[in-house]
Design a protein around this ligand. Structure first.
Ligand code: BDP
Length: 637
């Protein structure tokens, strides 16, 4: 049984009693017609209605993907720029329910802030011996792939596309950025699989993208090289891309992870990342495609004894000097933070450093480092904070938009933890408009999913859940105290003496990474003023990022007034208690679906267990390192 998530039939009740007139062309417009009919509404499509209607949806006005919404003289109007706009306008009416057919309002102009609102699937075509079917997936198998082949039944993909369209997502990459042999072939002899998936997304206004391997000319084409300036390589890509567009005329483009964590890239040929990205961009340009070229490039084999190498510096060092060299359709896709999707990181300085490059900002909806969909952790407040920091949303909006790793799999609830659906919903909505309030988005999701009545408990459980998660895991922005490999649960020193570049440098005197210009790695200099100064000085560095930028004694006093070590104790006790309150609050909730209620209860039990484990390991570790007792005499082991 597949849960309908946020669009069960009841959510469309207001539509079911309407006489609608739809005008327009193309698959998304036809989807609107089907939606209205399926909801029980009466719909006239591209014909003169025989009786007066109370719901008019018309495309061909205004800007692409936008729409005007108005209620006047007892009639509701959606006037859209194109088919996508019509679909988004329709779903806005669904969100409002009866209110869209009550008192007059508008006209209101709606248009997406981000031109591309994209989800990347880290789905493997063939099951990977270590990573499984979905890399960093916590929701079962892939909705596309089943152990090497395309799934026979793709109705779930259509259902997924519908959910995404209701949030405004308009692009999906369907395979892992780590491109193994089976995935690489999607580009050539398995193109039919890609086309079949694209057919499922098209009715919902979503373009299909593919992750490709930079080494494809060698591994698939049999050429001796993948050197981006080699004419044979250039023409191999031109032919490969032409074949893709022959088969899928509205194909979106490529995603590339190059020279990163073992993936091939231009460095092997002495070329830089602009050379690499432009090769693919030039092949895609005549067809209107884009390449998303990831800036997640760093040395994952560094010597932990060498304190001069700082992983946080790597993306900027590689990419900022290339500003202005990328083609218009080469998008540099930058993770929001300089390290790797941690619960707390500063904004990546790369985002502020490339004004002449089309950028996309990358987030992680899949909860790799935020509880793996076993912990309830509503991430919209984090994304909202990052997007609204120092013009980040504007930079993404002038560039390409926002991208996130999807959290969806073949789990009956779509996302493993049923409450993790809120993250998927919220990402699309923030991509549409980063100014939306995360709490208001949660209201939308709660109403559309459960009907009225669940807002309050869901706010109590989810509103602060990201900060709660932060408080019982790695402290003050230091990051990566997770179990190596799978990244679930605490292991304070798990990465400390490894080649991955993710260290906290705790010793008997203090903790944190000195990234200052004065005495550290010089990372703070990658920020423009005033931020380089703000982060450089312990006096001005925000508490929550202190250990990201500074190595300080345990007795260092935070702006909050607490010492670092006392803050660690306090936040870990408080975080574990907050997790317990989340569980208690859920026990009071009544849901018609008892199995769903029980599933969330079980997961909250695990969250409480895990939060206590984090608390005990982190507190004990720092007590033993520092010898400083807890000021409140609580039990530390
Ligand atoms: C890391 C994940 C790894 C991904 C990598 C990436 O652990 O599975 O391949 O990010 O973004 O956080 O490429």
């Amino acid at each position: 049984m597949v849960s309908a998530a946020w669009l069960p039939p009841e959510a469309l009740r207001a539509i079911g009693s309407r006489r609608a007139v739809v005008r327009g062309e193309g698959p998304p417009v036809e989807t609107v017609v089907r939606e209205i009919a399926a909801a029980g509404g009466h719909v006239t499509f591209n014909e003169t209605p025989t009786a007066p209607a109370d719901f008019y949806l018309d495309s061909g006005y205004g800007s692409p993907e936008g729409f005007t919404l108005q209620r006047s003289d007892g009639v509701t109007y959606v006037r859209a720029g194109d088919g996508n706009g019509l679909l988004y306008g329709f779903f806005e009416v669904v969100r409002r329910g009866e209110a869209a057919f009550g008192a007059d309002f508008g006209p209101e102009e709606h248009r997406p802030v981000m031109r591309r609102r994209m989800l990347d699937h880290w789905d493997n075509v063939a099951v990977h011996p270590v990573m499984g079917q979905v890399e960093r997936g916590y929701s079962g198998g892939s909705i596309f792939w089943d152990n090497g082949k395309l799934r026979d039944d793709l109705d779930r993909v259509s259902a997924y596309a519908r959910l995404l369209a209701a949030t405004g997502i308009n692009a999906v990459a369907i395979n892992n950025v780590n491109v193994h042999a089976a995935e690489a072939r999607l580009l050539t002899d398995r193109l039919d699989d890609v086309a079949t998936i694209a057919d499922r997304f098209r009715p919902y206004g979503i373009r299909t993208h593919l992750s490709v391997s930079f080494a494809s000319p060698v591994t698939l084409g049999g050429l001796p090289t993948a050197d981006p300036v080699d004419p044979a390589v250039v023409s191999w890509w031109e032919r490969a891309v032409a074949a893709v567009y022959d088969r899928i005329p509205d194909f979106g483009g490529f995603v590339v992870k190059a020279d990163s964590e073992g993936q091939p890239g231009p460095f092997a040929y002495g070329r830089d990342h602009a050379d690499g990205a432009n090769l693919l961009a030039d092949a895609l340009a005549p067809h209107g495609g884009v390449v998303h070229w990831r800036a997640f490039v760093y040395n994952h084999r560094q010597d932990w004894r060498d304190r001069s190498t700082d992983r946080a510096r790597a993306a900027f060092d590689h990419f900022a000097p290339l500003d202005g060299r990328f083609r218009d359709n080469a998008v540099v896709q930058v993770k929001y933070g300089p390290i790797d999707f941690q619960p707390r990181e500063p904004v990546s300085p790369v985002i502020l450093a490339m004004p002449n490059t089309r950028l996309a900002v990358e987030f992680q909806v899949t909860q790799e480092y935020t509880g793996q969909q076993k912990h309830a952790c509503y991430l919209a407040p984090q994304w909202s904070e990052l997007l609204n920091w120092n013009g980040v949303a504007d930079i993404a909006a002038t560039g390409d938009g926002v991208v996130a790793v999807s959290n969806v799999g073949d789990d009956p609830q779509w996302t493993g933890h049923p409450l993790a659906q809120a993250n998927l919903y919220a990402f699309g909505r923030l991509a549409w408009n980063p100014a939306l309030d995360p709490a208001a988005i949660l209201d939308e999701w709660a109403d559309l999913t459960f009907g009225p009545g669940l807002r309050e408990p869901l706010h109590d459980i989810l509103d602060d859940s990201w900060r709660t998660y932060e408080s019982y895991t790695a402290p003050l922005g230091v990051g990566f105290m997770v179990q190596p490999g799978h990244h679930y649960g605490p292991s304070v020193d798990g990465y400390e003496y490894t080649p991955w570049g993710t260290y906290h440098f705790a010793d008997r005197d203090g903790v944190g990474v000195d990234r200052t210009v004065a005495t550290g790695t010089g990372f703070t200099a990658q920020y423009p003023q005033p931020w380089c100064d703000v982060y450089e000085s312990v006096a001005t560095c925000p508490d929550e990022l202190l250990l990201f930028f500074h190595h300080v004694p345990y007795t260092h006093v935070l702006h909050s007034g607490a010492t670092v070590v006392q803050h660690i104790y306090d936040s870990h006790f408080a975080g574990a208690e907050a997790a317990e309150r989340m569980r208690t609050r859920w026990h009071d909730v009544t849901l018609p679906d008892a199995a769903l209620h029980a599933k969330v209860s079980d997961l909250l039990d695990e969250q409480v267990r895990s939060a206590r484990e984090w608390r005990d390991q982190i507190n004990t570790y720092f007590y033993r390192k520092s010898g400083v007792p807890d000021a409140h005499g609580r039990r530390i082991y």
